[in-house]
Write a protein that binds this ligand. Structure first.
Ligand SMILES: CC(C)(COP(=O)(O)OP(=O)(O)OC[C@H]1O[C@@H](n2cnc3c(N)ncnc32)[C@H](O)[C@@H]1OP(=O)(O)O)[C@@H](O)C(=O)NCCC(=O)NCCS
Length: 170
């Protein structure tokens, strides 16, 4: 896949998330919501339908990483609105990002790879950028900072962050 050339840590295979990848997208969301758990489960907390329901809408996009046949992580972006009640909503021109890597594969550069791949896809699609929410004590905040996301708002328990690509007119 040309848009990722030069990014791949060795031994992993990265591809775009397709409409048929609803289970993987849901797993990414379980990893993100279960970020405090050593062994994140497969249940989502209530109130998270807007993040993943009907995966495969024309606006949805994402990337997933495998070792052989084994799914090891993914990142995806969805266009949400204020009525969706998601934590990472900034404005309708920014797609909300969700990210997760399976615990056994963390700290090998996959988080960075996934974010850069998603940013590259955003640019390719000509969208304004990405937004997210990260809890204040989640070390993922460092990763977003390194990936040039900036803080929009600091709330009681989380940061609202955004990354604006070259086509943003903000
Ligand atoms: C956040 C997450 C996706 C990072 O994935 P990863 O593959 O471990 O990330 P990388 O290896 O690319 O790490 C890149 C940098 O992020 C920072 N970082 C990532 N995890 C960290 C941790 N647990 N503690 C401290 N720094 C961390 C470091 O600066 C790291 O660089 P380094 O390893 O050279 O020090 C992964 O830890 C994860 O899935 N966590 C649970 C889900 C989650 O929190 N999702 C985000 C919700 S907002």
């Amino acid at each position: 896949m040309t848009f990722l050339e030069g990014f791949e840590p060795t031994g992993f295979e990265l591809r775009r998330a397709e409409a048929g990848d609803a289970d993987l997208v849901r797993r990414v969301l379980c990893l993100a919501t279960g970020w405090r758990d050593d062994e994140p489960g497969y249940e989502l907390p209530p109130g998270h339908d807007a993040y993943h329901e009907d995966w495969g809408r024309p606006d949805d996009f994402g990337v997933v990483v495998f070792v052989g046949m084994e799914f090891v992580g993914g990142a995806y972006a969805r266009r949400v609105g204020p009525a969706d009640g998601t934590y990472g909503f900034v404005d309708p021109d920014l797609w909300e990002l969700s990210l997760g890597v399976e615990p056994a594969y963390r700290r090998q550069g996959l988080g960075r790879l996934l974010i850069e791949a998603l940013k590259a896809r955003s640019i390719e699609k000509g969208i304004s950028g990405l937004s997210l929410s990260v809890e204040l004590d989640n070390p993922a905040g460092k990763l977003y900072d390194a990936a040039r996301f900036t803080i929009v708002k600091e709330r009681d328990t989380d940061l609202l962050m955004e990354w604006r690509g070259p086509s943003s007119v903000h």
